[in-house]
Design a protein around this ligand. Structure first.
Ligand code: DX5
Ligand code: ZN
Length: 217
């Protein structure tokens, strides 16, 4: 199934609650929550208090994307405040299996992410242990960047690696995805689409509905 995960990094934080209600109502499947520590990526976004306070306004799956060093330190905290799925970066830890085990210990979905410069085959040893892989389609750290065209081949490669092991693993893509390029991205083999600017710029409900229509085709 194709899934839309709306990235609140591009929301208007003065209206965060009502904008989350709006994407929820319009049919987004997941809420994508980017956590940045100023170390793994240059920016600092938001943390636990924000996530905790928005947990009450929607039942949609909280898809937490950790862009932080040594993510194992915080898995328990993110689970306790309402994360349903936790994705960490392969580049941010020496022991990815320990992080995956920690996420599963709390019964949550685990995702492993790679930056655009990290070879796709590096995820191979973890494919049978995670629910999702995240192929970053921009350099992590900021919303509103341009989709990197080499990502098409990287998505195809990830899909092949998953099929070679006959696994059922979601492929998430994140960065520079809009209504006008999402079809081609789905065709390459991605099935969980993250969009920030593509959702929160312009008419939010309309953007969600148009994405959902294409995803359902
Ligand atoms: C970037 C984040 C993305 C970001 C995507 O590091 O991981 O989730 O919100 O934003 P857009 O869709 O604007 O590229
Ligand atoms: Zn993200």
């Amino acid at each position: 199934m194709n899934i839309l995960s709306s990235s609140i990094l591009s929301a208007d934080f003065l209206r965060l609650g009502s904008q989350i209600e709006e994407v929820d109502k319009a049919g987004t499947h997941y809420i994508h929550i980017d956590v940045m520590d100023g170390m793994f990526v240059p920016s600092i976004s938001y943390g636990m208090p924000i996530i905790k306070s928005i947990r009450g306004i929607t039942d949609k799956l909280f898809d937490v994307h950790l862009m932080i060093v040594d993510p194992i330190r915080y898995i328990k905290d993110f689970v306790e405040i309402g994360a349903d799925s936790v994705t960490f970066h392969l580049e941010a830890t020496d022991d990815p299996v320990a992080v995956i085990d920690e996420i599963h210990k709390y019964g949550k979905r685990a995702g492993i992410a790679i930056k655009p410069g990290t070879p796709v085959e590096t995820i191979t040893p973890y494919l049978d242990k995670v629910e999702m892989v995240l192929i970053m389609t921009v350099e992590p750290g900021f919303g509103g960047q341009k989709f990197i065209p080499e990502s098409f081949d990287r998505i195809k490669e990830a899909r092949k690696l998953i099929e070679a092991q006959k696994l059922d693993v979601d492929i998430q893509v994140d960065g520079g995805i809009y209504i006008d390029n999402v079809k081609e991205i789905l065709k390459a083999g991605a099935n969980v689409i993250v969009s920030g600017s593509g959702i929160f710029r312009g008419d939010i409900s309309d953007n969600v509905k148009r994405f959902i229509e294409i995803l359902a085709e």
